[in-house]
Ligand binder design. Structure first.
Ligand code: SF4
Length: 348
C-alpha cells in the first residue's frame, strides 16, 4: 500500500497529520523531491500562464512523483475548512485541474473536505481517502486520525515555541517534542505574512528566512499564534473569516500590526492570487492606521533573486534607520534640560 504526496500546497500545513494518519494505517508515503527550477518549469509548461505559482509548482510535483513510478497520488479537494470559510477555486477543484492537465496514466486518490456541507467533515474525508485501499472500518480510521492529530499537535507546539518550520517538522515526524529556548537577541523583528506553501518552500520563497536571519532580523509567522489570537487579528482589521487562508494573512497581519515588538510587516503573495489581492489590499489600507512599515513582495516563476534581495535589504535598512532615529529622539527628550513653555503666557 503506497500513496504519493506532492511536496506542495496543503503539504506545508497538513503533512504532520497525513504522516501520522497514513503511517498508522501501514500506508507507505512517497514524497516528491524538493522544488527545483525543473519542477517549476515542468509544471508551468502544462497550465495557462495566468495560473498562480503554487499551482504550477504543484503540477511539477505531480510529474516528479510520476517519474518516480508512483501510481497512487493524493490530490484532495479542500472546499471549505470551517462553516462558510472557503478555499479559492483552484484549491477546491484541484483533482479536476490535475486530471485535465496531466495526461498520464495514474490513480488520483481524491477526497472532498467541505465543512460547509452536511456529511463532508473530516471523518468522511479520511474515509474517502482510504476506501481505495480497502480500509473501511470506522474504528481503524478513527484510531489513525488520532495518530495524525498527535503528530500535528506536536508539530504546532514546537512551532509555537519559536522553533523553525523544518526543525519542528523533523522532530514531529520522529515522534519527539522539544521546546525551543532561543535567547538570541535581534535588533529588528518582522512578521512574515503569507501562506505556508509560499514561505516554507525554499525555492518558491528564495530562502527568505535564511536571508532575514543573515540580516539580523527575527521573523514571526502565523505559526506562532493561536487560533484565538488569529481570530482577534481578523477582527481588529474589521473583517470576518471568509477565505481558508485568512488566518495566515489577515489574522496574522491584524495581530502583528498591534504587536509593539514587531518593527515591520512583509506580505509575500503569488502573482495572480485572487484571495490575496483582496486580503493584502485590506491589510495595506489598515496598516496605515497602525503606523507600521509594510513591504509587499509578489513572486512568480520569473522572480529574480537579486531584485528580491535588494528589496528585502532596502526594507530592513529602513527599519534599522527608523529604530535608530526613534532611540535617538527618546534619548534627546530624556537628557534635554527643562525648557519653559513660552506659548502660554499669563497676563495680569
Ligand atoms: S489561494 Fe492564491 S496562491 Fe493559493 S492556490 Fe489559490 S490563487 Fe493560488
Amino acid at each position: 500500500m503506497e500513496i504519493g504526496i506532492p511536496r506542495a500546497m496543503s503539504f506545508y500545513n497538513n503533512y504532520p497529520f497525513y504522516y501520522g494518519f497514513f503511517t498508522d494505517l501501514g500506508i507507505k508515503i512517497v514524497l516528491s523531491d524538493i522544488t527545483t527550477k525543473q519542477t517549476m518549469s515542468s509544471g508551468s509548461a502544462l497550465v495557462v500562464t495566468e495560473t498562480c505559482l503554487p499551482i504550477k509548482v504543484y503540477i511539477g510535483h505531480i510529474l516528479n512523483l510520476l517519474d518516480k513510478g508512483v501510481q497512487n497520488i493524493f490530490v484532495p479537494s479542500l472546499q471549505s475548512v470551517a462553516p462558510k470559510v472557503y478555499n479559492c477555486s483552484k484549491i477546491r477543484g484541484l483533482p479536476d485541474l490535475v486530471r485535465n492537465v496531466v495526461k498520464r496514466d495514474f490513480n488520483i486518490i481524491e477526497a472532498t473536505l467541505d465543512k460547509s456541507e452536511k456529511n463532508q467533515g473530516l471523518y468522511e474525508f479520511l474515509a474517502e481517502i482510504v476506501k481505495p485501499y480497502g480500509i473501511t472500518d470506522p474504528a481503524i480510521i478513527k484510531r489513525a486520525s488520532k495518530a495524525g492529530w498527535k503528530c500535528y499537535n506536536n508539530f504546532h507546539i514546537m512551532a509555537k515555541s519559536g522553533m523553525s518550520y523544518k526543525k519542528a517538522l523533523n522532530y514531529a515526524l520522529q515522534g519527539k517534542v522539544f521546546i525551543e529556548n532561543n535567547t538570541k537577541e535581534y535588533p529588528i523583528s518582522i512578521a512574515l505574512v503569507s501562506h505556508g506553501y509560499n514561505i516554507y518552500d525554499d525555492r518558491t520563497c528564495m530562502k527568505i528566512f535564511d536571508k532575514l536571519e543573515n540580516m539580523d532580523v527575527k521573523v514571526y509567522t502565523s505559526l506562532q499564534l493561536s487560533n484565538e489570537q488569529l481570530d482577534d487579528g481578523i477582527a481588529s482589521l474589521g473583517n470576518e473569516r471568509y477565505w481558508a487562508n485568512e488566518y495566515d494573512m489577515t489574522g496574522s497581519a491584524g495581530h502583528y500590526l498591534k504587536d509593539s515588538r514587531i518593527d515591520g510587516i512583509i506580505t509575500l503573495t503569488a502573482f495572480g492570487c485572487g484571495p490575496d489581492s483582496l486580503m493584502v489590499e485590506r491589510i495595506i489600507r489598515k496598516a496605515k492606521r497602525f503606523n507600521k512599515p509594510l513591504l509587499n513582495l509578489t513572486i512568480d516563476e520569473h522572480t529574480g533573486e537579486a531584485g528580491f534581495i535588494t528589496r528585502l535589504e532596502a526594507f530592513v535598512d529602513m527599519l534599522f534607520r527608523k529604530k535608530r532615529a526613534n532611540l535617538i529622539n527618546k534619548m534627546d527628550i530624556e537628557t534635554s534640560e527643562y525648557i519653559p513653555n513660552t506659548n502660554f503666557i499669563e497676563t495680569k
